[in-house]
Design a protein around this ligand. Structure first.
Ligand code: IVH
Length: 699
């Protein structure tokens, strides 16, 4: 920036702005922040204070100016210097190979590719937000517009200026005119938070992050937009004029889509995006990739498909662009879309269908989950007939009624859920859901405690549904680890009345198993053998297997180590239980209440009668890491996370899933994400694999 000269205050302001902008670039462009949020806020406050004392120093580009200008009554319109186009769509491999063939044939015909050469593409994510054009003049953001009909959009400059990811001032030498095209979007986590806050204030909740982003950007009051967590990624450009320092460009022809005679500094799409990033504009460097031929495109599609659910934002496909700009120019346009680019769509994650009924399901702890029975609908790549409605309050909040047309979402392998009802289509006879008073499985009362959202069946192990899930949980890998005892088998054993409690499992004989569904002699023998092996489980596994509320695998092991025997645990009062590190009143109370019930104590006696004898947990010998909590994130070069966890635990350390003040070390590998950021914010020591090995004495 140029206002640096002059008074000391002016210099300080310039220095603070440069510093803040540099942190913005690290955060939004490279996803690699180097300071904590608190330190960033401190810099901002310093600048705000300084500007308050010296109002003459405030510039429109100052990062303090993102709070939002005064509201307007309507948006002005902006005619795009270069039209904003759309993309042709592909839905399957055939569409992609046909596209590649057309492109490659044309380029070979024109001599831009040799007869055996394949086309190079630049592959990007198809971000599910809204397209925006940003106009920079002499490096300053002067206008921002929505796509509109492609020729004319709405002037959303004041709103766009509140988005921190969008630089108000480009870094480094900038061209006279640069129009940047990209997508404004909202991360899913931010969207959830926003909706929760909106609901709390009884304000409009949004259907999905894209609607939330669009709604936030189309606010007439920029001060509201300023409070919405919007993001931006650049994926293209419009008009480019007057490169800095007389840079004539390696490529002087007008590229496709750009105004005639706009020299570009680079010859390929990828290099152009690198150039945009070098100016401080967020480009999706993490996921953009070059690929060759249709095969390369399909590989990118598959890779991104596998990644989709773990991305922080929604995408609806990928975009392939011919990388070479001269090749783009040659290919040109058809109707409203370029011939050099293609959007390859993913199966939609949301679909509309009819809600036929709402039934309830009983979980292991008696939790009652309302489940939507749906008219079969194809969504997220599969046919869905059921979807969760979470709980009664959710149904009320979403105002979903039986008979409604509903939007169903299935993202990745996540359980499908009903997102919302389409109110305009509500039939006159739509019925509200009423939580049953009795458990549909065992007939016991359903009860919902005052400050809980979850209703529960009070039948306990009297309820066959709870019994089945309790057994299934007890047999699971982290509990008694009984191989071959799956859901279907448990169902048959409980339904036939043969297995009423955990202990009954241990009296099963091969003969009575043979003849059950999908059970031959061999598998019956194997199962009985697996059950037999579970007669001497580690005490922690037994405690976990009991399915006590709030007692996870790690807590169970800690408690087991502390007390050493099941009898000691059964007789411990809340104070004794609370003396175990990491065990608070909730867990202690839950364990105490569990063993206060005679029928739960009976289970232990019955297990003993069946020859089940828990063995004391091995107390770690090496105590160098004793009591230290580790969190693992990212991919380590040699060890899997599981391996690293085991070694840490073997050395007496604890492994937790989330970073907090209590975390001693964060072990970070490649592609570490938010946990790393959080650890840095909290000042937690970060280790790589080598440092961890050293700590374990293994290097
Ligand atoms: S390029 C001339 N790249 O998809 C082509 N578009 O269907 C201009 N979109 O309106 C678009 N991610 O809102 C391009 N990496 C990406 C994109 C992308 C999302 C959206 C954009 C556009 C629509 C086209």
């Amino acid at each position: 920036m140029s206002q640096a000269g002059g008074t000391p205050a002016a210099e300080t302001a310039a220095r603070l702005r440069a510093e803040i902008e540099q942190h913005n670039v690290r955060y939004y462009v490279y996803d690699d922040p180097s300071i904590s949020d608190a330190d960033y806020d401190r810099l901002m406050r310093e600048l705000q204070d300084l500007e308050a004392a010296h109002p003459e120093l405030v510039t429109p580009e100052s990062p303090t100016q993102r709070v939002g200008a005064a509201p307007v009554s309507a948006f002005g319109s902006v005619r795009h210097a270069v039209p904003m186009l759309s993309l042709g769509n592909a839905f399957d491999e055939e569409d992609v190979t046909a596209f590649d063939r057309r492109v490659t044939d044309t380029l070979r015909g024109a001599g831009l590719l040799g007869p055996a050469q394949q086309t190079e593409y630049f592959c990007e994510l198809k971000l599910d937000g809204l397209a925006i054009s940003l106009r920079y003049e002499d490096g300053r953001l002067v206008q921002a517009a929505t796509r509109g009909d492609g020729q004319t959009g709405e002037d959303v400059t004041s709103n766009i200026r509140t988005i921190k990811a969008i630089p108000l001032q480009l870094t480094g030498p900038a061209p006279r005119v640069l129009e940047v095209r990209g997508e404004v979007l909202m991360n899913r986590a931010d969207f959830e938070k926003l909706n929760a806050a909106q609901a709390k204030r009884d304000e409009k909740v949004f259907v999905n992050p894209r609607n939330a982003a669009a709604g936030s950007l189309r606010q007439l009051d920029p001060r509201i937009t300023a409070k919405r967590p919007l993001r931006f990624f650049a994926y293209g450009w419009g008009e480019v004029q007057g490169l800095p320092g007389g840079q004539s460009g390696l490529f002087d022809e007008a590229p496709a889509g750009a105004a005639e005679a706009s020299p570009l500094p680079e010859k390929s799409h990828g290099a152009m995006l690198d150039w945009l990033a070098s100016l401080g504009l967020p480009v999706n460097v993490k996921h953009n990739l070059r690929a060759t031929g249709a095969e390369g495109l399909m590989a990118f599609y598959a890779k991104v498909g596998a990644l989709r659910a773990s991305l922080p934002y929604d995408i609806d496909g990928v975009v392939y662009k011919v990388d070479s700009l001269p090749a783009q120019k040659l290919l040109g346009f058809v109707a409203r879309a370029p011939r050099f680019a293609l959007a390859h769509k993913f199966p939609a994650e949301e679909a509309t269908t009819t809600l036929l009924d709402i039934e309830v399901q009983v979980g292991r702890t008696g939790a009652i989950t309302p489940v939507a029975r749906l008219k079969p609908v194809f969504v997220g790549g599969v046919t869905v007939t059921n979807a969760t409605l979470h709980n009664e309050d959710e149904i009320r909040r979403k105002d979903v009624r039986i008979g409604d047309t509903v939007i169903v979402r299935r993202a990745g392998d996540v359980i499908p859920e009903v997102v919302s009802a389409v109110l305009e289509k509500r039939p006159a006879d739509a019925r509200e859901f009423v939580m049953p008073k009795e458990c549909p499985v065992c007939g016991s009362a359903i009860e919902r405690l005052e400050d809980e959202t979850i209703a529960r069946c009070t039948g306990g192990l009297f309820c066959a549904a709870q019994r089945k899930q309790t057994l299934w949980h007890a047999a699971s890998r982290k509990a008694l680890d009984i191989e071959g005892l799956g859901e279907k088998l448990v169902e048959q054993l409980v339904d036939s009345g043969r297995v009423k409690s955990l202990a009954d499992l241990f009296s099963l004989r091969p003969l009575e198993l043979v003849g059950l569904d999908r059970m031959g002699q061999k598998s019956a023998d194997n199962l009985v053998e697996a059950i037999d092996k579970a007669r001497a489980p580690a005490l922690g596994r037994v405690l976990f297997a009991l399915g006590i509320r709030h007692v996870g695998e790690t807590t169970a092991r800690d408690v087991a180590r502390h007390f050493g025997s099941i009898e000691a645990i059964m007789d411990a009062d809340e104070d004794a239980l609370s003396s175990v590190p990491d065990v608070g009143p909730v867990v202690a109370g839950s364990i105490r209440r569990f063993f206060a019930e005679q029928h739960n104590r009976d289970v232990i006696d019955q297990l003993k009668a069946q020859g089940v004898q828990p063995v004391a947990e091995a107390v770690p010998q090496d105590t160098t890491l004793a009591g230290k909590t580790f969190v693992l994130t990212g991919t380590l070069p040699n060890w899997t996370r599981e391996e690293a966890s085991m070694r840490i635990q073997a050395a007496g350390g604890k492994v937790s899933g989330s970073v907090s003040k209590k975390t001693a070390y964060l072990v970070a590998g490649e592609d570490a994400g938010s946990k790393l950021t959080k650890a840095q914010e909290l000042g937690v020591t970060v280790l790589d694999e080598d440092a961890l090995k050293a700590l374990l004495g293994e290097s």
